[in-house]
Ligand binder design. Structure first.
Ligand SMILES: Nc1ncnc2c1ncn2[C@@H]1O[C@H](COP(=O)(O)OP(=O)(O)O)[C@@H](O)[C@H]1O
Ligand SMILES: [Mg+2]
Length: 477
């Protein structure tokens, strides 16, 4: 396997002190001894509850080529004979390595932030850009003060494209991260009530997201949702930050990457996008209007990065929904089958509405019903009760027949269920499980959604355990 970093390169980038016999180099960077691959460097990061130094022995056992450890912890590691690079502060060393990775890279760099859809957009960029070059992208949702430098440090010297997810819970988090990433294109997917707990209102969230403009490379582009209610505010903030190009994606007539036709189907969407004077038709292999909106950003970023748009457009056809973010299953029940839409990874008012609309766009078979299984949306602070009750309006606008809810916050929705909808509420996920298993029948479409912490993935797993997957289902192969 080729080396990601030579030992000399590592030492120089981190201003570290080598101890022991250095290997030639490392094949990767890890901060988790459980997932570390042989040949990788282990960075002993100190987290909120754990200290990586306590896992140094495990990392060596897993085959770490070397350890990066803090000077102050060295005495406690005395027994370890593995090669080490000793630094004053391990997280700062990872950041320095990230900066060195960025400095040596010739990749087109794209950063993605926003209240919702960061990971979905990042994965779509990874997918379609892979059709035109080598792509490096963040693992999972690695988007915070360690996730971003880790992703940067892992950037191979010869990548053509690099895609970074950047997240935040508070003001002043994005700024230092984007200054390491130095994107050519920065996307803000949309501004919505997520982590509203820490913010006064949506304008305050937009202000915090706008920090991403401060790290855009000279000549770079801010790519913003033209349909978002905070477009004007964000555009102004981008100009203020000195960003040279501001472009919009969306349905709005003034969007540079403009949706002019859109046909939503249960398993995909067919759209036409106008890029300047050119119109491009494409099929997106993952369904939902919200995925279409992300696709507009992806196509815009690909175009700005100079990618071959024909190849990029074709690659959208094979895009798959991510696990927990819209992945669909066809499961056997009784004499028939039902469709399960797994949205259990994440929920806030914007993605909740998107998922309910997706349920509406998915037709049941032979007398089946649309069933929404909804759990708490977390981190909404004082706004939680109002925003949970507000889901009733989203449901009322669709053909959803049954709504099963659980969790303390969902009580507000359960008490406010629109007329004509059958609602069942249980205080806990465990109590809702038997209700759900008894309810589903042939022809139904079942959409399960909650914040990850509400634990509705358990309900998805219960359905997958109880009802056998049909041929063609992603879980059956
Ligand atoms: N543009 C969008 N608008 C609304 N919901 C979206 C959008 N993009 C993705 N989603 C949904 O929001 C949830 C979270 O998506 P994800 O990409 O993980 O967001 P993030 O990384 O920003 O937390 C998923 O259920 C996903 O299907
Ligand atoms: Mg994410």
């Amino acid at each position: 396997m080729s080396l990601l970093w030579s030992a000399d390169g590592l030492i120089a980038a981190m201003h570290g002190r080598p101890v022991g016999t250095m290997p030639d180099g490392i094949t990767g960077v890890s901060i988790d001894s459980r997932s570390l691959q042989p040949g990788e460097a282990f960075f002993a990061i100190k987290g909120e509850t754990m200290d990586g130094h306590d896992f140094a022995t495990a990392a060596v056992k897993a085959g770490a080529a070397l350890l990066v450890v803090a000077e102050g912890k060295l005495p406690a590691l005395g027994r370890l004979t593995a090669p080490m690079i000793v630094v004053p502060d391990v997280l700062a060393a990872l950041e320095n390595l990230g900066r060195a990775a960025r400095a040596r890279s010739r990749a087109k760099v794209i950063a993605v932030t926003g209240s919702v859809g960061k990971t979905t957009t990042k994965e779509a960029l990874r997918h379609v850009l892979s059709a035109v070059g080598t792509v490096h992208a963040s693992d999972k949702s690695f988007n915070n003060h360690w996730g971003v430098p880790l992703t940067l440090a892992r950037l191979p010297a010869d990548a053509d494209y690099a895609v970074f997810e950047i997240g935040m819970n508070h003001a002043d988090e994005i700024r230092p991260l984007v200054k390491m990433v130095r994107p050519h294109v920065a996307i803000i997917t949309l501004i919505a009530a997520a982590h509203l707990g820490h913010f006064k209102d949506l304008d305050a969230i937009a202000q915090a997201k706008a920090e991403i403009f401060e790290g855009i490379e000279p000549g770079g582009t801010a790519l913003l949702n033209r349909d978002d209610s905070r477009w004007k505010l964000l555009e102004g903030l981008a100009r203020q930050a000195g960003v040279e190009h501001v472009a919009g994606f969306g349905e709005n007539a003034r969007a540079q990457y403009r949706l002019v036709k859109c046909a939503l189907a249960a398993g995909h969407s067919d759209i036409t996008v106008k890029l300047g004077s050119k119109a491009v038709d494409l099929r997106i292999g993952a369904p939902g209007r919200h995925i279409v909106q992300n696709a507009l950003a992806v196509i815009g970023a690909a175009r700005i990065a100079g990618a071959d748009i024909g190849k990029v457009a074709a690659a959208f056809a094979t895009l798959q929904p991510e696990r927990g973010r819209g992945r669909q299953h066809r499961l056997a029940v009784g004499e028939g089958t039902f469709t399960l839409i797994d949205e259990s990874y994440n929920a806030n008012p914007a993605s909740m509405k998107a998922a309910i609309d997706l349920l509406d766009a998915t037709p049941p078979q032979d007398g089946g019903r649309r069933i929404a299984v909804l759990g708490d949306m977390l981190e909404l602070g004082d706004h939680a009760a109002r925003l949970h009750a507000g889901i009733a309006a989203d449901i009322a606008a669709t053909r959803t027949e049954i709504v099963l809810t659980a969790g303390p916050l969902m009580r507000s929705l359960a008490d406010n269920m629109p007329s004509g909808v059958t609602g069942e509420y249980r205080p806990t996920v465990e109590e809702l499980k038997p209700v759900l298993l008894d309810t589903v029948g042939p022809g139904d479409v079942v959409m399960v959604k909650s914040s990850n912490g509400a634990g509705f993935a358990k309900l998805v797993n219960a359905l997958l355990d109880r009802f056998p997957a049909q041929a063609g289902d992603p879980t059956s192969s």
